[in-house]
Design a protein around this ligand. Structure first.
Ligand SMILES: [Zn+2]
Ligand SMILES: [Zn+2]
Length: 77
């Protein structure tokens, strides 16, 4: 069975990952830094977030379908 891995972020742009060495085996529900929910894939089309860490931190919308990753689409300060 292939190793599942992926990247995600919370709405404050704290990035996370799973399936990599030293990382959890599965996606986790909440950001350990701020307690907001983590997003691991687009809620509309189901595609994954960009794996590049700079792109991942900057991304607010899905690059495949344009859906906002977070409810208001804006980063919280
Ligand atoms: Zn966070
Ligand atoms: Zn999408």
């Amino acid at each position: 069975m292939a190793v599942e891995r992926g990247v995600g972020k919370c709405k404050k742009s704290h990035s996370g990952s799973y399936g990599y060495p030293t990382r959890p085996d599965e996606p986790y529900a909440f950001c350990p830094l701020c307690g907001n929910g983590m997003v691991w894939s687009c809620s509309q089309c189901g595609r994954s977030l960009p794996e590049d860490s700079t792109e991942l931190e900057a991304a607010r919308f899905c690059m495949h379908c344009g859906a906002a990753y977070f409810e208001n689409g804006d980063a919280e300060k």
